[in-house]
Design a protein around this ligand. Structure first.
Ligand code: GDP
Length: 195
């Protein structure tokens, strides 16, 4: 999709603030620093709509972006940030859980993992949580430019195995530096959003 318009609609902390709209929603989740802002910016051809995080894990809101008036991207705050207190973490968990399990407009979750490393426990938990609720997942393996192509298969297998990846889901090798995977990501999103 060629994106001409993309704008933030609301930073929501509670259900009452979710947009009153029937547009399909695609949520994006991943640990802080995984490359989520860079992924969003690459997809919408912007330099800085989703602020690249100087303070990882700072945003504790669900940010709804309206894309081309046809769908919402919902930026889920980065998990696995050690400096967030237990209370904050629990609050975060509750907010995300409510959104992911209750929102009828949610069509799929883009779950970002760093392609260079074994998925973290948080990554695995998120994937398994989504599978438990039968939510379609697009796993995006970020920072592919940092791995030689000859090793891509090995890294893909390692990530899939650790997540317990199910083959009905999409797995996309991505780089915001080379734009590798951009078209594939859009295809998966459009197909799951039904647009
Ligand atoms: P977020 O915290 O998940 O939103 O992550 P950011 O998008 O802010 O990226 C975190 C850091 O990783 C930044 O320094 C980015 O420049 C870098 N980064 C993100 N995506 C890529 C990528 O595809 N390749 C490389 N080499 N660096 C990336």
């Amino acid at each position: 999709m060629k994106v001409h318009s993309a704008e933030i609609v609301i930073s929501a902390v509670s259900k009452a603030q979710y947009p009153d709209s029937q547009l399909p929603e695609i949520a994006l989740a991943g640990r802080s620093n995984v490359g989520k802002s860079s992924f969003i910016n690459t997809l919408i051809d912007r330099k800085n709509l989703a602020r690249t995080s100087s303070k990882p894990g700072k945003t504790q809101t669900l940010n709804f972006y309206l894309i081309e008036n046809v769908l919402h991207f919902v930026d889920v705050p980065g998990y696995g940030y050690a400096k967030v207190s237990k209370t904050e973490r629990a609050k975060w968990g509750k907010m995300i859980e409510t959104y992911l399990t209750d929102r009828q407009q949610l069509k799929a979750v883009v779950s970002l993992v760093d392609m260079r490393h074994e998925p973290t426990q948080d990554d695995v938990q998120m994937y398994q949580f989504l599978k438990y609720y039968e939510i379609p997942v697009i796993v995006v393996a970020t920072k592919a430019d940092k791995i030689p192509r000859g090793k891509w298969n090995k890294h893909e297998s390692m990530i899939k195995k650790a997540l317990g990846f199910e083959k009905e889901d999409d797995f996309i090798i991505f780089s915001s530096v080379t734009k590798q995977g951009k078209e594939e990501a859009w295809q998966a999103i459009e197909s799951l959003a039904g647009i």
